[in-house]
Design a protein around this ligand. Sequence first.
Ligand SMILES: [Zn+2]
Length: 403
Amino acid sequence: MTEELKTATVFTGIAELVTNDVLLDGADHCEQLGRLSDAAVVVQDGHIAWVGPASQAPPADELHDVGGRAVIPGFVDSHSHLVFAGDRSQEFAARMTGARYDGGGIATSVNATRAASDDQLRALVAARVAEMRVQGTTTVEIKSGYGLSVQDEARSLRIAAEFTTETTFLGAHVVPPEFAGRRSEYVDLVVGEMLSACAPYARWIDVFCEPHSAHAFTEEEARVVLSAGQDAGLGLRVHGNQLGYGPGVRLAVELGAASVDHCTFLTVEDVEHLAAASDTTVATLLPGVEFSTRSPYPDARRLLDAGASIALASDCNPGTCYSSSIPFVLALAVREMNLTPAEALLAATVGSAKSLRRNDIGVIRVGNRADLTVLDAPSYLHLFYRAGVPIACALSPGGRHGR
Ligand SMILES: [Zn+2]
């Protein structure tokens, strides 16, 4: 999502630089944020070339003064469903008056997505990615899952791949209506012809493993889907434990998935599994979903205290959370899930990068991608202190930011 720039640019006037680099000399490492005041960053060819105090910055071809603002690592949104058409705002309105969500509305998005042209879908994704950038997100993972046919899943991923390398095949989102009563035939299609058509455009495979929804997949079905994806060379992600207690977390840990997402309902054993697998499997929390479905929030404090790795992401999707805003997610995580501001910011940068098995993003360090987000504020704390105010924006290599 970053434009490349051949010349070196030095960014100065950074009142507070959050690097997330616990090894950086001279930084304040309290809370693991690696904070540096009055800092400078040199960017070249889309990568970080130098980080340190402004007074020691080396000369560069161009200088850009950010005017006393804070700079943080760009947000890594490791869970989104941006390839869809149609509108489901009426479902949201119904939920706010008491209707329960069980996954059935996905068919509405499937019908609209199938009916849209490639150009229409591409324009919708482009607009959503741009909307994310002006809210500070510099890396986005994008799933398929509203095509649910060989052709429509493959084109969803082909379009997603125009915007990110973090593409995820989610043919096992729900059983589409035309396969009602023929679940096993649909699973066969997903792991056969559909996987073959989608794997060239996908880095990951995902499955909605949720025994509490008649539309989603059982543990046995999820295991078949994930194993087939693994055999096709894809990394594993799981939608699990969203609507109630279930096998998703246990299965994700057992199969070495990079991430298990939602984790709203966790048993003591689930938390122990995630803590034991903290190097491998990240628990990705999506509080925008709980907000938009009026559901209880996952207990992030319990996961961190147990030693699990956590990430925060948007789950931007047409049904259960049509918000692309990581600042909104951060505010929810602090207000409703008992994280400190520092823990929340780490989860949406380092944590989500880890869930994508990436170490070139999420930390402002020499050699990493120059994915910087600037805040119209002197400190990262204003992300939380000024909740709802649009202060975060991704910084382009040329120094442009704003809307
Ligand atoms: Zn999702």
